[in-house]
Design a protein around this ligand. Sequence first.
Ligand code: UD1
Length: 339
Amino acid sequence: MRVLVSGGAGYIGSHTVIRLVEAGHDVVVVDDFSNAKPTVVGRLEALSGRPIPVHAFDVSDADKTEHLFAHEQIDAVIHFAGFKAVGESVAKPLDYYQNNLDSTFSLLRAMGRHDVRTLVFSSSATVYGAEPQLPMTEDLPTSATNPYGWTKVMIEQVLTDVAAADDRWRIAALRYFNPVGAHASGDIGEDPSGIPNNLMPFVAQVAVGRREKLSVFGDDYDTVDGTGVRDYIHVDDLAAGHVAALDTVNSRSQPMSVWNLGTGQGVSVLQVIKAFERASGRPIPYEVAPRRAGDIAASYADPSKANADLDWRATKTIDDMCADTWRWQSKNPNGYPDA
Ligand code: UD1
């Protein structure tokens, strides 16, 4: 298939581009580079051994998106493009609702007009809300605790309604748990701008000496060691999950499907620190700090629906995830170069 990847220069998008090419698909990227560096593209081309066509614009621009569909042959879309910082979404809710919803509307409209009705959407385990049952199964009710999370809940609802109105659509919403790790080459990885919000990139920057120490947000949760527990999934396993969803969704009888992409294993903050110390051979200094507002004690998937329906499972351990993150971080201590 010829697959349009929105946000294809971003963290998960770039790893998925590699996996798509490896699986024999053709790829077209659209990315506005608001949270990605153009130098990613050269690395994708080097790793995949072929040119990657890139359109540099924001897919919430409906006219440009329509023009792209009018001029490119597209068979399916994987939609990653979106704002994703929880704290920023609380400060700038309108920016988040407008950007994340408009980009989806713009793509859905252009797809419908050009008879492209296969879509894989980047959702998140954040849709299980503030007090989820564990492990999380796809049939649990959805809600959110911040505008970023609400955009995921709302977009899933939009997709459900679009699929219900016209059963020619084949749509998958993939609920990611905590994506970490990097490509085995160490040439593509996560490159957050500013101070990282998420645990793994922060730990990696402490290991490489860019930050002095980690703050562990709370050690009094009801978990194995008191620190927060998450289901970390290697970004390459996640990328493979997108290819599996794309390959599967068209053969399904129902127009809308939802799958958790996780390992099913919970890992605590202290366990991540230990694993990273093993992988890097460096100490990770930390101090215990107050709980972060909005955090839950534990989150992990029941991935059995994706395992069965997609013939897919996450294969990489937390040690693999830390080793690959460390390879990326040590090869690229300041992330991607500007040019
Ligand atoms: C966060 C978002 C989630 C989003 C996901 C994307 C919040 C509340 N949730 O998930 O909506 O989908 O990122 O990847 O922001 N931790 C520390 N010190 C740090 C950073 C994190 O102790 O400096 C702890 C957290 O308290 C948590 C765990 O590490 O227990 C993982 O945190 P993080 O990587 O930010 O992911 P989530 O909060 O699970």
